[in-house]
Design a protein around this ligand. Structure first.
Ligand code: ATP
Ligand code: MG
Length: 413
């Protein structure tokens, strides 16, 4: 679980700002839900035999002996909240959320125990149009951030829940024949979650899978049509993709469309955004049948990606524009100047020197602050009604400006 230090926070704020602007421009509304939920919610939504529920949740009893869990993802909570507050009754919803998620995993690059996601969840829309919309929205984010060329969109259809069950049976009986040759994880999954074996990183398992039945051959007609329309919409928008028939996602609730945005710039943890349809989940959690589709992206991985591709805007490192140096018995005048600049120019970032010290040491701090200019106020300047302006980043003569005209002067810079 990481601390976010002041050096890093500008990148996060930049990314969060980009995302907030993006979702607003598509008409999505923010929802916030608690970090803690009853454990049963995640077990029912995500599935008992998934990696998350089997071994990754932070679960404990509260003082009442009730089992609660730090949310490992947002979809289950979002459905719970939307259902509980009647947001799903006879209406469509386009929602988004952001915040920390918790999974007890082996920490490594791109994998943390407290990480952050931005999620999109939509409800009440059954067709591939909304699938295409949320994919287009993510595509636009990558373009806005300058990382589109480093990402590949992989899509697949995993069919209806019945079709998937048929495929599961076929895959299981095929793999039973190779049981002894499978890697350890896959042997375990054979009995519990055989689809997850398709994800296996083991080369020998992948060799066995080469001749395995193909999920696409098992799809129901409706899913095939849905998938074809989705591809046509993506084609029409010029969004390139790869169909990956091995893509199944690790959670139980998905059906039909699944997708991932992956990069080869981050090593093993290359999925920055993943999602899909979950048309049965609302019902499964006690609501009326409500089609739904969404995705979640990992903020840490996105930060790593924009850093790796050097797409972080230069100006982010600068946190202060103007630094007020005040030497002598002029503190109250210095504060008045700083406050009146903030009144007149609220976008300018003004730092007032606090803590005293010599002119020289204050100027050093001004320089280190990253400010473009230092305003210098001593007793002489104050008596003359002026303030000195010293440029810190360029070779320019220091000038003196009337205190009453300082805002005007700064605006013209
Ligand atoms: P992975 O296979 O990479 O573990 P997942 O299938 O467990 O991913 P999801 O539950 O779909 O991931 O979460 C969506 C996104 O959240 C991931 O694509 C990733 O960007 C991010 N994410 C998931 N788990 C972590 C983690 N432990 N640390 C950092 N980011 C994570
Ligand atoms: Mg995982």
């Amino acid at each position: 679980m990481n601390d976010l230090l002041p050096e890093q926070s500008p990148v996060w704020q930049y990314l969060e700002g980009q995302i907030a602007d993006l979702v607003a421009s598509y008409g999505y509304r923010e929802i916030r839900f608690p970090i803690l939920e009853q454990t049963g919610l995640f077990k029912r939504a995500i599935g008992e035999v998934t990696d998350i529920v089997e071994k990754e949740m932070y679960t404990f009893d509260d003082r009442n002996g009730e089992s609660v869990t730090l949310r490992p993802e947002g979809t289950a909570s979002c459905v719970r909240a939307a259902e509980q507050h009647g947001l799903l009754y006879n209406q469509t919803q386009r929602l988004w959320y952001q915040g920390p998620m918790f999974r007890y995993e082996r920490p490594q690059k791109g994998r943390l125990r407290q990480f952050h996601q931005v999620g999109i969840e939509t409800f009440g829309m059954v067709g591939p149009d909304i699938d295409a919309e949320i994919i287009a929205m993510s595509d636009r984010l990558w373009r806005n951030l300058g990382v589109r060329s480093a990402l590949t969109l992989q899509i697949n259809s995993i069919g209806s829940i019945e079709a998937r069950q048929n495929y599961k049976n076929a895959l299981t009986s095929y793999l039973e024949g190779f049981k002894e040759q499978l890697d350890e994880d896959s042997q375990r999954r054979l009995g519990s979650n055989p689809l997850r074996i398709l994800d296996s990183k083991s080369e020998s398992t992948q060799q066995i899978l080469a001749d395995a039945p193909d999920l696409l051959d098992y799809l129901d007609e409706a899913s095939v049509a849905h998938f074809a329309e989705l591809k046509a919409l993506l084609d029409a928008m010029g969004i390139s993709y790869q169909v990956n028939s091995r893509l199944v996602r690790g959670l139980d609730y998905y059906n039909a469309t699944v997708f991932e945005w992956v990069t080869d710039k981050l090593g093993a943890q290359g999925t920055v955004c993943a999602g899909g349809r979950y048309d049965k989940l609302v019902e499964q959690l006690g609501g009326r049948p409500t089609p739904a589709v969404g995705f979640a992206m990992g903020i840490e991985r996105l930060v790593l990606l924009i850093e790796a591709l050097e797409c972080v805007p230069d100006e982010l490192s600068q946190q202060v524009d103007v630094y007020v140096v005040a030497v002598g018995d002029v503190m109250s005048d210095g504060f008045k100047i700083a406050e009146s600049i903030r009144d007149a120019l609220p976008n300018l970032r003004v730092q007032m020197h606090c803590g005293g010290g010599s002119f020289k040491s204050q100027l050093k701090k001004a320089d280190r602050s990253g400010a473009d200019v230092a305003l210098i106020l001593g007793e002489n300047e104050r008596d003359e009604g002026k303030v000195g302006v010293k440029w810190l980043r360029e070779q320019r003569e220091q000038v003196f400006v009337n205190i009453a005209e300082i805002e005007q002067f700064l605006v013209s810079l």
